[in-house]
Design a protein around this ligand. Structure first.
Ligand code: FAD
Length: 119
């Protein structure tokens, strides 16, 4: 570790911010996704993964929708994604991921292109 630090031109400490998910992701024709609505601690390395999954699901919710359907599509997007992103947030916050043998399929087996969309 000392050698790694010695090889760095400079280093700095970086605080880890912990936030709860925001209560509502969308308002009218504006929605948040990714870290903006479900930021998480880094202990599962899932922040970018969740943002990419959000984008895939959001694109499915918007597929074939005209402008009058956008607010409803955003509601559907949030309803489809909130449970999963909250679970990842809470698991990451607890900092228990992979500390013991555990079933990882709920994280890595999720397919954003085929997961059923909420009603
Ligand atoms: C050191 C580190 C390591 C990480 N490792 C992993 C990993 O291994 N795996 C993983 O899945 N995740 C990892 N993450 C988390 C991941 O980087 C984030 O969760 C992810 O980037 C979130 O994507 P996002 O699009 O939601 O937000 P961001 O990537 O933060 O994108 C938001 C963008 O909006 C821009 N922006 C902000 N305000 C405005 C404005 N007013 N107008 C216009 N643009 C604006 C910002 O400049 C930024 O480009 C890591 C993060 C860090 C810091």
């Amino acid at each position: 570790m000392g050698q790694v630090l010695a090889a760095c031109p400079d280093v700095h400490k970086w605080v880890i911010m912990d936030r709860d998910a925001v209560e509502r992701w969308a308002e009218g024709r504006v929605t948040l996704l990714g870290d903006a609505c479900h930021p998480k601690t880094p202990y599962m390395a899932q922040g970018a993964a969740m943002a990419i999954e959000d984008a895939a699901v959001l694109s499915r919710c918007l597929d074939g929708i005209d402008r009058d359907g956008v607010a409803d599509a955003f509601r559907r997007f949030e309803a489809t994604r909130r449970g999963r992103t909250t679970r990842v947030q809470e698991t990451s916050r607890a900092n228990i991921w992979l500390r013991e043998r555990t079933d990882t399929s709920w994280v890595y087996g999720y397919d954003a292109w085929s997961v059923p969309l909420a009603a």
